[in-house]
Write a protein that binds this ligand. Structure first.
Ligand code: RAM
Length: 525
């Protein structure tokens, strides 16, 4: 089973005030900058771009914005020149006869041009319509400064006049977008990338990460605007390679550690506004990735105090998960605690889940050694069982591929996660990756950069450097060719307008889990 809305209102959560105080201590400063729209633009059709739309310069000049009187059904699109996250304001006046009716306008904020073309009335997907960045506003008296209270994530701002009156027109001036991020560009590590395609991919990755760095590492500043553990793990890795904001990682770890269930299980995501609230949503590997995120932190910057404080929480995650393992060392998955792996539901996830457990258990054992936990032998014992079960029951020695589920399915996720779990020899891992490429490529039915990241990382780990670089260029490079300023939450090359939610209008086009080329390039190239 895959991810759907979970409503677990009977669960009670802890609020560890000591850990929450720590999280508060590392709250970042938000850096603000005034961004002035660069141009007025028009939207036009171009089949080579996302959903068939592209932006071209308008004949209107942004320097003369005040001269363009607008009335019923007129539109104007402002282009900020790049993707930003922040707040918008604009001055509005009227010209002509006295203002004998209110001004009624619609504003749309779009990360990608195609969002401007979708009509929100047609949206019927399963996520809330409220994510659509669109406002309908009446203004009774002009001149006025319109200062929108909401934070938007966008490059394009469309102003549409729903109505003025035949006697007067509206004129706009002084549009300003105050961008917000906790990323500090003065700390950005410099890295010399000769290959132009990779350099572009690296730059877009950094921009994606920066725009998701807010009060916490958000998954997407348009949506869901919150801290998800699966996203955090990857953002933290990209962050060590770029801005290296250690305090922000600590803040996020403390937030998760502070608000598990009464039994100690960490939820998949937390909210920080209006106050710290854990979501009643649980994903199998997201809870486990608390261990990975702590492990990666320690590997990058060993911090004994942090480890001492958070190790018990990590241990509880592992102990709770190990209750799902049978005598033979087989993970028994549970539909109410789904193994996520990717948004796609088209493949069996049990072997990938088993591998994710092995992957995190090894990291946990490393942490346990740092702490001198006397229970270490117990974890090593179960690790051996999990590995033995995987090698003897899930590995097809003839095909040199792992199988998954009762149907013994061969899928990409199983190979990738078993290679990342690193249970076979170096040569065998390499062979598994070759067999995956020969038998299961081109990648089909995988829809997120989150899973593509794992595929690329497994290839690098197995020594398939050229193949890994080709996949980075094909996948992340294709988003750039389709017009991306930041990388997207979901992207299926064969089906570019794919959405997990029933309509791309609620897709997030700046999504944290897609920012990892910055890490992959830094680590492996
Ligand atoms: C979506 C978000 C988030 C992801 C979860 C599982 O709601 O995109 O980033 O972690 O799915």
């Amino acid at each position: 089973m895959a991810f759907t809305f979970q409503i677990n209102s009977d669960i009670t959560f802890k609020h560890d005030e000591f850990l929450l105080t720590k999280a508060e201590k590392y709250r970042p400063k938000i850096n603000k900058k005034s961004v002035y729209p660069k141009k007025i633009v028009d939207i036009c059709e171009d089949n080579s771009k996302l959903d068939g739309y592209y932006i071209k310069d308008s004949i209107k000049d942004i320097g003369k914005i005040k001269e363009y009187g607008m009335s019923r059904d007129d539109t104007m699109i402002l282009d900020l020149g790049n993707h930003y996250v922040g707040k918008f304001s604009i001055d509005i006046d009227c010209v002509g006869s006295p203002m004998d009716a209110p001004l009624y306008i619609r504003l749309k904020f779009a990360e990608m041009p195609s969002e401007l073309k979708f009509d929100s009335k047609d949206y019927n997907g399963w996520l809330s319509k409220s994510w659509i960045q669109e406002e309908f506003i009446h203004i009774d008296s002009l001149p006025a400064k319109l200062e929108l209270p909401r934070r938007y994530s966008c490059r394009y701002i469309e102003i549409k006049i729903i109505d003025t009156s035949p006697k007067w027109k509206a004129v706009f001036s002084n549009p300003i977008f105050i961008s917000e991020t906790s990323a500090d560009y003065s700390k950005l590590k410099t890295i010399d990338i000769k290959d132009k395609e990779l350099k572009d991919i690296y730059d877009v990755s950094v921009k994606t990460l920066a725009d998701c760095m807010q009060d916490v590492f958000e998954d997407g500043p348009k949506r869901d605007r919150r801290l998800w553990l699966g996203d955090l793990r990857l953002q933290a890795l990209a962050n060590y390679s770029t801005f290296n904001n250690l305090e922000l990682v600590k803040r996020c770890l403390y937030l998760f550690a502070a608000m598990p269930t009464e039994q100690g299980k960490i939820p998949a995501n937390v909210f920080v506004s209006p106050k710290n609230i854990p979501d009643d949503t649980f994903l199998f590997e997201y809870s486990l990735f608390f261990i990975s995120t702590l492990y990666d932190y320690q590997k990058n910057n060993f911090d004994k105090d942090l480890l001492d404080e958070l190790y018990p929480v990590a241990k509880t995650q592992m102990d709770l998960t190990l209750q799902m393992v049978d005598e033979e060392g087989k993970l028994l998955t549970d539909d109410s605690y789904p193994v996520f792996v990717d948004w796609s539901n088209d493949f069996d996830k049990t072997t990938a889940g088993q591998a994710e457990l092995i992957y995190t258990l090894k990291q946990f054992i490393y942490l346990a050694k740092q702490i001198n936990d006397i229970d270490i032998y117990k974890y090593e014992d179960i690790l051996n069982k999990l590995v033995y079960y995987s090698k003897s029951n899930l590995y097809d020695k003839d095909k040199k591929l792992f199988v998954s589920g009762v149907e013994k399915e061969y899928n990409i996720a199983s190979q990738v996660w078993m290679v990342l779990a690193d249970i076979m020899s170096k040569d065998e891992n390499k062979e598994i990756m070759h067999q995956m490429i020969n038998n299961l490529f081109p990648v089909k039915g995988i829809a997120t950069p989150y899973m593509y990241h794992c595929i690329v990382e497994a290839m690098f780990e197995a020594g398939l450097k050229d193949e890994a670089v080709t996949l980075i260029k094909d996948y992340w490079g294709s988003m750039i060719k389709l017009g991306a300023d930041t990388f997207w939450e979901a992207f299926e090359p064969a089906n570019p307008d794919y959405s997990p939610y029933g309509s791309p209008i609620v897709n997030s086009y700046c999504h944290a889990w897609s920012c990892t080329p910055a890490y992959l390039i830094d680590k492996y190239l």
